[in-house]
Design a protein around this ligand. Structure first.
Ligand SMILES: C[S@@+](CC[C@H](N)C(=O)[O-])C[C@H]1O[C@@H](n2cnc3c(N)ncnc32)[C@H](O)[C@@H]1O
Length: 212
């Protein structure tokens, strides 16, 4: 992303006294349709999405490189009586089925995600194209990816990233995960330029077709 780790720490620290934010629209809208099981929140920030999921009984591994963001997330979780702990390596969350949040302070540019692990992966307002193949591998068959971030249309509006490298092209997100089945897609150009995707990892091989 465009900002450095210290810039993100500063941004998050400035918001430390604010109440926990509302979750991303795509998460609250599609929540009733999401599969049960472990969730991974990539670039979780101050944790609005991880907190939403944990409050509803999910186990979430929440990853961000901003220590300030993770401190704030931890405080909100404690205030909400959500179980929260720190982990040093992503594999430590492996056997966790309890509701709650595992916080991992890590750089997503160098992370290695475990294969076939998550029923739900969230990537909201963070674009790192090099992670796309790992995201697909990390999902369990039947698992769902919720991805929502800015498009180049955001340049017509204030706020958000300005570096075109961190903005999706029109239609890019719909085609970004060819191994997954798209179940929901939209692009908005109204007060913000944003694309939203929900996509499912198929179960095993496709069913045999007549004539195979
Ligand atoms: C716009 S915030 C989005 C936070 C959250 N997903 C949400 O929707 O509220 C982007 C987040 O990406 C994190 N980030 C940026 N580059 C990162 C990297 N290389 N590794 C881990 N986190 C990163 C920042 O610290 C920041 O918390």
């Amino acid at each position: 992303m465009s900002s450095s780790q210290s810039e993100w720490d500063e941004k998050h620290s400035l918001a430390a006294k604010e109440a926990a934010e509302t979750p991303a629209g795509i998460l609250s809208e599609l929540w009733p349709l999401l599969p049960a099981g472990a969730a991974l929140d990539l670039a979780c920030g101050r944790g609005r999405n991880a907190l939403f999921l944990a409050e509803r009984g999910r186990h979430v591994t929440a990853v961000d490189w901003s220590a300030a963001a993770l401190d704030i997330l931890e405080r909100h979780a404690q205030a909400m009586k959500i179980s929260v702990r720190r982990i040093q390596r992503i594999e430590e969350a492996k056997h966790s089925t309890r509701a709650g949040i595992d916080l991992l302070h890590a750089d997503l540019e160098t992370i290695e995600l475990p294969a076939d692990r998550y029923a739900l992966i969230l990537c909201v307002r963070y674009l790192q194209r090099s992670l796309f193949p790992q995201i697909c591998r990390a999902m369990r068959p039947g698992g769902v990816l919720l991805f929502e971030t800015y498009t180049r249309a955001q340049l017509d509006f204030s706020g958000g990233p300005r570096d075109p490298a961190h903005l999706l092209h029109n239609g890019e997100l719909r085609k970004a995960f060819p191994e997954l089945e798209v179940v929901f897609y939209r692009e908005l150009r109204a007060e913000q330029g944003i694309a939203s995707l929900a996509a499912r990892k198929p179960h095993g091989e496709r069913p045999r077709q007549y004539g195979d």
